[in-house]
Design a protein around this ligand. Sequence first.
Ligand SMILES: Nc1ncnc2c1ncn2[C@@H]1O[C@H](COP(=O)(O)OP(=O)(O)OP(=O)(O)O)[C@@H](O)[C@H]1O
Ligand SMILES: [Mg+2]
Length: 217
Amino acid sequence: MELQLLQQGAEARVYSGRFQTRACVVKERFSRSYRHPTLDTKLRQKRTAQEVRSMMKCRKHGIATPSVFFVENEKCRIYMENLVTCHKLRDVINRCQRDGNATELLAIAVTIGEMVAKMHDIDVIHGDLTTSNFMIDSNTQQLKAIDFGLSSQSSMPEEKGVDLYVLERCFLSTHPNTEDLFQLILDTYKKESKNSASVIAKLDQVRLRGRKRTMVG
Ligand SMILES: Nc1ncnc2c1ncn2[C@@H]1O[C@H](COP(=O)(O)OP(=O)(O)OP(=O)(O)O)[C@@H](O)[C@H]1O
Ligand SMILES: [Mg+2]
């Protein structure tokens, strides 16, 4: 199969290719030479399995993620649906801000809040909620979540709070003037998620910790 490199990350390479007749993306966790070889393989296989597990669990509960076609565990490769009609959320937000499209931005914020609430209600912690790890279908405007490489399974409000904190940091650092937009994400999350009160309380604690750390360091 011919693979074309799309993105080289710190832990994984993402290629586009074909799986049988379908356009696919292959995500491969490559070995890191600074780790002990046996440990390295184990760790990569564990992350690959966890990524697949979270994606499938999300899909099962109606959260849009690429469908998984095939997993090559020994090679730490996931063959998944290529979201060819989607754009990165980061780019969509930038375009909306440039064009002054407030309506679309508000709709996006509500959808993100709903999606993260749903994820947390099934105890999936994404682990890397950034605007590069969401995509939006340019035909249907549907929001999709990708990159579950750092995901985990937990019912702890603390971990959900940290998940939200990562998203907040991403918004405030990569998208200027999005305080109100992020607040709308949070308000939607509060409305939609079952244990939002304890999660938001944890988020407040994590924020405080973050601030103290920057004051000291
Ligand atoms: N299923 C997909 N369809 C289309 N594009 C994809 C798909 N999966 C990933 N991509 C593209 O490749 C980029 C990198 O993928 P991903 O975020 O999964 O890897 P990463 O950030 O390098 O991974 P990690 O954080 O696990 O090291 C995405 O931002 C997106 O542009
Ligand atoms: Mg990513």
